[in-house]
Write a protein that binds this ligand. Structure first.
Ligand code: GLA
Length: 448
């Protein structure tokens, strides 16, 4: 969940971006602008996101990453090309470490990786998002987090985690990455790198692991190697993603079901605040401790394993057991948000997108007032979104403290949304937000 600065590097892959007249970047599918995709949709019997055009987009990106790999590391040997998505959470925020439900989906944007096994122990990593860092070298022996290792602590963490789980990586590898997940956006660029690395290791070294294992290994690496106490949501959403579906996951049991997202005449729009998270990770761990404290106090009066075990009524009945007012509010969010997520998925099953949107709005209010993880940037994006006709629901998504919001917007309102929310945001905050009309994609894949 730490956010690698996966900048959309205009210099490296400038065809990924195009600016609209309001200077906001609109990216769809694998990172092309909405206008380009619309053109294609019109001239094609299928939608712009259909399999063939999706593959073409993938190909355009990974060809570039492959070319970089060959330039840096040569073209001999067996070279694999891989992709793992980013994710957006529709509802169920800060519930995954409280034994509650989440409802995320994988995106068609994510991380591309080109890799080759080596005969020695050396690791040579390069990111097209951090070209200034050049090739960062280390070894599969004695893997430990190091400040100067920078973003490579993510793939290294996963290699270390495989070892901890009894699958020691004995040989090194060369790896080039490129991510088209926006910078610091809360769309899980680091979990994307983790799952991608696990997927590459499984493929190159033949480890016998499922995609669900890859999610757990990624989370383990994030927790124990990179020191962020995140829940399972991000890695699970990425490893288990399914095009057109969100994943209704019970984080207490890891039982899950895929729910089709059929937004007739509406789009999922991600608004990126461009506020970097900064202290976000320590605040994240602080929220987690506050919930743990509340749980321990509640356990003295009611038999539960996690806050997610409580209904709203049970919480109201027992909340006086929690000593600090701030912890009451944190726990209240965790309990109510979990119940909201269950209701939201039910609403979607009943094709009640309006109710789903209303629950998204309530989720934001709770994250703003009780959990206090929003801030002026995310609040402005959401509150301006709520003013637009045709917005079905809007809320912050991910850890908060900066990052993105997710909105469901009727097709005919998307342009107005971007124009008006964008203008109001820039006026109030002093810099621009970026907008992404996204599509729900599959989990990790070997492309070549
Ligand atoms: C981050 C974490 C997740 C989850 C969300 C908040 O994305 O990585 O595990 O806790 O924040 O819902």
């Amino acid at each position: 969940m730490l956010h690698l600065s996966f900048l959309l590097l205009q210099s490296a892959v400038n065809w990924l971006q195009c600016k609209n007249e309001h200077d906001n970047v609109i990216v769809t599918g694998n990172g092309r602008c909405a206008e380009a995709q619309n053109k294609e949709a019109k001239s094609s019997p299928h939608k712009g996101s259909d399999f063939a055009s999706q593959n073409k987009e993938d190909f355009m990106i990974w060809e570039d990453v492959l070319a970089k790999f060959k330039e840096l590391f040569g073209d001999e040997g067996e070279i694999g090309v891989y992709f793992a998505p980013g994710r957006v959470n529709m509802i169920g925020e800060h519930t995954d470490y409280n034994g509650g439900h989440v409802f995320p989906c994988a995106l068609t944007i994510g991380t591309y990786g080109v890799a080759r096994k080596r005969d020695d122990k050396k690791l040579r990593f390069y990111s097209m998002n951090f070209e200034q860092l050049g090739v960062i070298e280390s070894s599969v022996e004695g893997l430990k987090p190091e400040k100067e290792a920078d973003w490579t602590n993510y793939p290294k963490g996963v290699m270390w985690a495989f070892g901890e789980k009894g699958m020691k990586v004995e040989q090194g590898m060369d790896l080039v990455l490129f991510g088209n997940i926006p910078n610091g956006s809360g769309l899980s660029s680091s979990a994307s790198v983790e799952v991608l690395t696990g997927y590459i290791l499984k493929d190159m070294f033949g480890f016998d692991v499922t995609n669900q294992d890859l999610a757990l290994i990624g989370q383990f690496a994030e927790n124990k190697f990179n020191g962020v106490n995140c829940g399972i949501m991000d890695q699970f959403a990425i490893a288990m993603g399914k095009a057109g579906h969100a994943i209704f996951l019970d984080t207490a049991t890891l039982k899950y079901e895929y729910a089709p997202i059929k937004l007739e005449n509406a789009k999922i729009v991600i608004s990126c605040s461009n506020k970097k998270r900064g202290l976000g990770d320590s605040k994240y761990n602080e929220r987690r401790s506050e919930c743990e404290k509340a749980l321990a106090e509640l356990q003295k009066v009611v038999s539960i394993d996690a806050l997610g075990d409580l209904t709203e009524a049970q919480f109201e009945e027992h909340k006086d057991a929690i000593k600090e007012e701030v912890c009451v509010r944190r726990a209240k969010h965790a309990v109510y948000e979990n119940q909201r997520t269950i209701k939201a998925v039910e609403a979607l099953k009943n094709n009640d997108v309006a109710l789903f949107g209303k629950l998204m709005n309530e989720s934001h209010v709770s994250l703003r007032d009780d959990y206090e993880v929003t801030g002026i940037e995310l609040d402005t994006l959401v509150e301006e979104a709520w003013k637009i006709d045709g917005v079905i629901g809007s809320r912050m998504t991910g850890a908060g403290f900066g990052g993105c919001t997710v909105s469901i917007v009727k097709d005919e309102a998307v342009d107005t949304f971007i124009k008006e929310v964008g203008a109001a945001y820039e006026k109030k905050i002093g810099y621009a937000a970026d907008f992404y009309v996204v599509e729900i994609g599959d989990g990790p894949v070997k492309l070549a």
